[in-house]
Design a protein around this ligand. Structure first.
Ligand code: M6R
Length: 606
């Protein structure tokens, strides 16, 4: 899951490519590189680390009106300059690649036998040599032939030193768009890379190849037949991704949550109901049939789905299963008749989630719904019913506002299904009223910022942390633990609090912070007992207590009171202090908050 960008223009393109890479860094930031054709020669620049390292090496605009560039998230071969893309073959072909070539070893053997020399440990270099071995001046023909031999999922872009005005790109399993300018054209992994230069895009379909020149482009399908695709004008804006006065995108995005939730609700609810049109005209028919719900997602989105399972079963009385996409996609699952398939994804490009959707035998399901934050993503384009979360661009790798808006969206989904299945008006009204109050309550909770910043100091030297929750707050504890581990690198685990005594209690001592969110619900007393089990073993509790759910404070405990009284939206509110805690712990430990090591924002490979 790397980012690729390419350009064919009448002007030098290195700065366009670098800016494109910066905008694609969410896809990986282990290394970056670009190649340009300058007077019939390929010139390559590569750097280990982020795009800013590459930019330092380039120093100024480099000559070359045709080029390709890449930001890498390492799969085959360690992050290093020699493994960084573009990869060259005999100084004639330069290639960038996103994805995985599964049969690269056998192709490599053949190429070695033909005398090709390999400089990297990547699967990508194999493709560069393979194309070179077929290249006789017709770049399209060489790429077409090579791609026919490749197994796996990939997006590639290729240039040839003696083909000054041509770039060939191909998409199989990795997203790729063509950006249309005036006497200049581009390709990229997604539209955000090219927003500074164009707003007009063509979305390539699976298996498509495209030949891009200054004056136009031609698309071919996987059989080699030329084809046309619609031109779309994006509404995304080029400058929606600035940090403003915030130190990190993550902090900005945490603070944007009140607005994000309000945007998510706008035009979708009345004073006491959810509007009929929210999931589109076909939804009523589908929702009437639903007898069971299957949710599939990854990471934070999986946690949102897990919370929704509690809501759907309680509100609708329907069985609801939740599974991580990487497991679901390879399993023979039993699908009862009239199951609704729901995917959740911030990016809409997560490979496992997309594969789960694509593998569906649609006859087994009464319909599919995607809850997504990226309007122009593959998931949105391939799903029948869609609800956009409208969180706005989320740049920090740690998901924050995407999560809270996913939760809001799942409540909208539960109510929308409930409306056609006789869910009591009183309950709908109660939930909608809580939803309306959410943005204001989130603003209030964000005022805990300073207090949580000082609590975070306790965690600077910790190596482990335990998050506990019960019921619908168990997945919230999981999300709290994920947030802490991914940005602060503290090992954090979440447990249903009732499970503590079945093993994890053995870990509890004075060095193990135990973080608990206490909602004022029917499980409160049980949760208090679990907390006493921690105290009795010398553990230190950090309690985020909703109104009316304050435990009797004993010495050493840290208690943060959350001044809101809610029933349905409680897990959404509980998330806010946990996000702030992780953020401040990471800042105080000096980690790279927005781009934590080894991760990428969008996981477009398995
Ligand atoms: O784009 P998606 O929501 O499909 O991404 C799923 C996960 O990769 C993502 O939530 C990941 O776990 C985040 N880094 C968590 O903060």
């Amino acid at each position: 899951m790397c980012g690729i960008v390419g350009a064919v223009a009448q002007r030098d393109v290195s700065s366009i490519l670098v800016e494109g890479l910066r905008r694609l860094e969410y896809r990986g930031y282990d290394s970056a590189g670009l190649a340009l054709i300058n007077n019939g020669e390929l010139e390559r620049f590569r750097a280990l680390g982020k795009v800013s390292e590459l930019a330092k090496k380039l120093n100024a605009e480099q000559p070359g009106a045709t080029g390709i560039a890449h930001t890498r998230w390492a799969t085959h071969g360690a992050p290093s300059e020699s493994n960084a893309h573009p990869h060259l073959s005999r100084n004639r072909i330069a290639l960038v690649h996103n994805g995985i070539i599964e049969n690269y070893k056998e192709i490599r053997e053949n190429l070695l036998a033909q005398g090709y020399q390999f400089e990297s440990e990547t699967d990508t270099e194999t493709v560069a040599h393979l194309i070179e071995s077929y290249y006789d001046g017709d770049l399209y023909a060489a790429v077409f032939r090579a791609v026919g031999q490749l197994q796996g999922t990939f997006g590639i872009a290729v240039i040839a030193s003696d083909n000054q005005d041509t770039l060939v790109a191909c998409r199989k399993g990795s997203p790729l768009v063509v950006g249309l300018g005036i006497k200049e054209n581009f390709i990229a992994s997604d539209v955000s890379a090219l927003l500074p230069v164009t707003r007009r895009f063509v979305y390539l379909e699976e298996g498509d190849l495209v030949v891009v020149n200054q004056n136009g482009y031609q698309i071919y399908d996987s059989a080699g037949a030329s084809k046309e695709l619609p031109i779309n004008t994006t509404e995304l804006s080029a400058d929606a991704i600035h940090k403003g006065d915030y130190k990190h995108y993550m902090l900005k995005e945490i603070h944007e949550q009140a607005k994000a939730v309000a945007d998510c609700l706008e035009g979708r609810i009345s004073e006491n109901n959810v509007l009929d049109s929210v999931f589109g005209p076909d939804s009523e028919q589908i929702f009437k049939q639903v007898k069971q719900v299957q949710i599939v997602a990854c990471g934070t989105s999986y946690h949102a789905g897990f919370v929704a399972k509690y809501w759907i079963e309680e509100l609708l009385g329907l069985p609801c299963a939740i599974e991580v996409a990487s497991e679901f996609r390879y399993r023979q699952s039993v699908v009862p008749k009239d199951t609704l398939f729901v995917t959740l994804s911030q990016s809409g490009e997560t490979a496992d989630t997309l594969a789960a959707l694509r593998n569906l035998s649609i006859d087994d399901y009464c319909g599919s719904v995607s809850i997504c934050n990226s309007p122009e993503s593959s998931l949105v384009r391939e799903s029948s019913l869609v609800l956009m979360t409208r969180a706005g661009p989320e740049i920090g790798v740690a998901s924050t506002k995407a999560f809270t808006t996913q939760l809001v969206s799942m409540l909208l989904l539960a109510i929308s299904i409930g409306k056609v299945r006789g869910l009591a008006e009183k309950i709908i009204k109660d939930i909608v009223r809580e939803l309306i109050a959410l943005p204001r309550q989130i603003e209030q909770l964000l005022r805990l910022d300073k207090k949580i910043e000082s609590i975070a100091e306790d965690f600077i030297d910790k190596h482990h942390a335990l998050f506990l929750g019960r019921g619908v707050h168990y997945p919230i504890a999981m999300e709290g633990a994920l947030k802490l581990k991914e940005i602060s690198y503290i090992h954090a685990e979440a447990y249903p609090a009732g499970e503590l005594k079945h093993g994890p209690l053995a870990l509890v001592d004075a060095d193990m912070p135990v973080i608990v969110v206490t909602p004022n619900d029917e499980l409160l007393e049980k949760l208090h007992s679990n907390m006493q089990e921690v105290k009795a073993r010398g553990g230190k509790l950090y309690v985020f207590a909703h109104q009316g759910a304050k435990l009797e404070k004993s010495s050493g405990d840290v208690v943060v009171e959350m001044d809101c009284e809610t029933r349905w939206t409680t897990p959404i509110l509980s998330t806010i202090p946990l996000q702030l805690l992780s953020y401040y712990v990471a800042v105080q430990r000096g980690t790279d908050v927005d781009q934590p090591r080894n991760l990428a924002k969008s996981v477009t490979v398995e």
